[in-house]
Ligand binder design. Structure first.
Ligand code: UGY
Ligand code: MN
Length: 251
């Protein structure tokens, strides 16, 4: 039987430019990453794109695992679905969806016994020490334990700050939740770089001078000073998890 060809043949919502990028799940191609086995690993953002950090999506099969050596990289990991056992800095916890961990540089971490299909999103960067300040602490927690606050007083845009807001931490990872119609109050342009994964819902992201329809599963990179704005659309709230570099001198 002849099937009607898809109109999407040869088309994509993806865009990879010098100052911002959008990748959709339809663009994913796996990489073999040392330390990760029994999993499909997709490097969504890294230095090859122009970023100073990496954003990596790992989808485990049953029996898969991930382990990282002690090196100059610090790692934030968020469990998006399924469950797995996380070991960081002598702490061991079974994490479900919403669970997250932070492993400082020079600290090993591992994930084991994932359920089939468990998904882990990683943000990794080289730690930038701050004179006179000792390094950040390891952490295992859950987004459900983190209270959200209305962003700049707007109840339609709720922000959860997952890591301690202290000078020792040179990165922040937050969850933004928007009611349909909720939006960033203005077009931001700031020194902090972003890596972002849409968790739920849909909306429109403005990146530089382009507007992109985006939905759950999409990944976005914003270079420093990339003008950015978001409005949530549709019938359900939109949520995204995002990274930024923080707390370090301008020069
Ligand atoms: O933290 C932030 O800079 C955030 N307001 N940016 C964003 O959601 N694009
Ligand atoms: Mn921003």
């Amino acid at each position: 039987m002849i099937k009607a060809p898809s109109d999407l043949f040869g088309h994509t919502r993806a865009h990879v430019g010098a100052r911002h990028a959008l990748l959709t799940p339809n663009n994913h191609v796996g990489s073999v990453v040392p330390g990760i086995s029994g999993a499909t690993t997709v490097i969504l953002i890294n230095e090859a794109m122009g970023a100073k950090f990496a954003q990596v999506l790992v989808t485990f099969q049953k029996g898969g695992s991930a382990a990282a050596p002690a090196n100059e990289l610090e790692t934030f990991g968020a469990l998006l679905g399924g469950s797995a056992t996380v070991l960081v800095g002598g702490k061991k916890e079974r994490c479900g969806p919403g669970g997250f961990f932070f492993a400082p540089a020079r600290q090993t971490w591992s994930l084991s016994a994932p359920t089939a299909g468990a998904q882990l999103l990683l943000f990794q960067k080289k730690y930038v020490p701050l004179a006179g300040v000792s390094g950040p602490r390891p952490l295992i927690s859950d987004a459900a334990r983190v209270k959200g606050v209305p962003f700049l007083g707007d109840p339609a845009a709720n922000l959860q700050v997952l890591l301690p807001d202290e000078p020792a931490y040179d990165l922040a990872v937050n969850i933004f939740a928007y009611e349909p119609g909720g939006h960033l109050p203005f077009v931001e342009a700031h020194v902090m770089e972003h890596g972002l994964l849409m968790l739920d819902g849909e909306g429109v992201y403005r990146l530089e001078d382009s507007w992109y329809p985006v939905r759950a599963g999409d990944a976005i990179w914003m270079a420093p000073f990339c003008p950015q704005w978001f409005v949530a659309m549709g019938k359900q709230p939109a949520r995204y998890l995002y990274y930024k570099d923080v707390n370090r001198p301008a020069l």
